[in-house]
Design a binder for this molecule. Structure first.
Ligand SMILES: C[S@@+](CC[C@H](N)C(=O)[O-])C[C@H]1O[C@@H](n2cnc3c(N)ncnc32)[C@H](O)[C@@H]1O
Length: 171
């Protein structure tokens, strides 16, 4: 799917949602493992993750201009594959329920951290209809971020969904 098709699809979804839905991220449990400072929230949607990073300087990036107009704070409408930032721009990158591009680590400063939360393959037992593009296995994650030290990887089944959390550190 092209970036333009993604934008149209997500814009339609955000136009159809009048309320900001409750967040189900586990980011709050892992903030203590992340390096504070300037952070990028990639595929930020309505900006719910930034609420959990109080005191940080968070830049939200999303391909949906509709979502970015509704969010607050520093926001950039951009495709994750063509981010308009120089290398080593951020202390931390947060990415929840969006598959990031392969070379995301280059936007982190040395020692910077990445928080990724994703639905995993096991989640298929609850939601066989859910698009597989939003699912990653532990091995997908280690291939995607092979240049990083794994600080934490965990897969958790809450009885309704199966989600994985990866925290990595750039060497
Ligand atoms: C499942 S939502 C997650 C939103 C938010 N991270 C959260 O947890 O509430 C995925 C988000 O990724 C954005 N997205 C999809 N494709 C994108 C792309 N190519 N570049 C940047 N953002 C994209 C969508 O607009 C959407 O807001």
């Amino acid at each position: 799917m092209s970036a333009e098709q993604d934008r149209r699809r997500w814009n339609e979804r955000y136009r159809a949602r009048s309320e900001r839905p409750e967040s189900h991220t586990r980011l709050g449990e892992y903030v203590h493992l992340l390096r504070g400072g300037r952070a990028l929230d990639l595929g930020a949607g309505l900006g719910r993750n930034a609420d959990l990073l109080s005191g940080w300087s968070v830049v939200l990036v999303d391909i949906s201009d509709v979502a970015m107009r509704r969010a607050t704070g520093a926001r950039v409408v951009a495709d994750a594959e063509a981010l308009p930032f120089p290398e080593s721009s951020f202390e931390t990158i947060v990415c929840t329920f969006f598959k990031p591009p392969l070379d995301l680590g280059r936007f982190l400063r040395p020692g910077g951290t990445l928080f990724l939360e994703t639905f995993t393959m096991e989640d298929g037992k609850y939601r066989p209809d859910f698009p597989p593009i939003y699912r990653m296995s532990g091995s997908d994650v280690s291939v995607l971020f092979q240049g990083m030290i794994t600080v934490h990887w965990e897969e958790r089944d809450d009885g309704e969904r199966v989600k994985g959390v990866f925290v990595g550190r750039k060497v």
